[in-house]
Design a protein around this ligand. Sequence first.
Ligand code: MRU
Length: 358
Amino acid sequence: MRERLLAAEKVKAIEWVDGTLRLLDQRVLPLEESWLSYRTAYDVAAAIKQMVVRGAPAIGIAAAYGLLLGARERIAAGGDWRARLEADFEVLANARPTAVNLIWALNRMRERIARLKPEEEPLQALESEAIAIHQSDREANLTMAQLGLELIRKRQSAAQNLMTHCNTGALATGGFGTALGVIRAASLDGLLKTVYAGETRPWLQGGRLTSWELHNEGVNVALVADSSAAHLMKHAGITWVIVGADRITANGDIANKIGTYQLAVNAMHHGVRFMVVAPSSSIDLSMENGDDIPIEERPSSELLEVAGHRVAADVPVCNPVFDVTPADLIDAIVTERGVIERPDAAKMAALMSRKRLH
Ligand code: MRU
């Protein structure tokens, strides 16, 4: 499957080219494919905040390159670059609150700085670390695609209908995707009839990104309104809802894009299985349960306007963009370290004490 996924790969969203971070601007997809270049940590933080790059693993990868860019500026300016780099660390860390991958990647870069040997060239070492973060996310996704595929096949070996939410694909990660990696693998393996992709109001990650990614690769996707989920689960023969996660806590609760929780409740009601696919960089054992996860609130314009046009009355808006799905609604969490079914605190701890599979 690894080779088939690699051969089918069409979409990339993050590139490190000659000391410049290049990001495919996800705000203008699918109408325009526009790449933007970044050479400072502050500009990368702004790109994360403004959703030029989005998706939990992708913002972690972008932040790692951002800190590398910060180090380059600080070293060029002279003085105590390590102390001054803390300001860049903070601005990157605060760009978005919910996905733990952001702080995970920044901490990994900070630990690399702490381990620098006197004979090492700091920028070379940090560049290698950022590239390793990027590459290991791609590898994790290839592993998870295989594990998720096996889980689907174990329950039913015939082609089936799946449902997903938000964008968890190549655009949201270092490549291939988390939940979308599994769905890509199911399609390549003949196990997919149709994947129903919720449009993901209000930012429309499903409508603008997921459907574009899948359609480009010839995967059978049907874009659906988020509010059609219960109806489709009742009538469309869906076997699995497959989603990603922005943070998974010690008891197996998961934060993901707003609307995920109602999908899990509906899935339980209709006997549809619920799979979460996320690399271990999304797991935060320091948080006991999902109540502790900071939930991002985004600007009211995301609800009051569509593509810059006012569509709603001038009323107060409440726009939380993530929600928490409790562990007891989840059938399986797939990571690159392995799969846990019916997650709980003991299984999560055991998973994280295992070595990586790749
Ligand atoms: O606000 P976004 O677009 O960054 O939210 C993305 C999601 O919620 C994804 O489902 C999540 O990051 C998991 S994807 C790899």
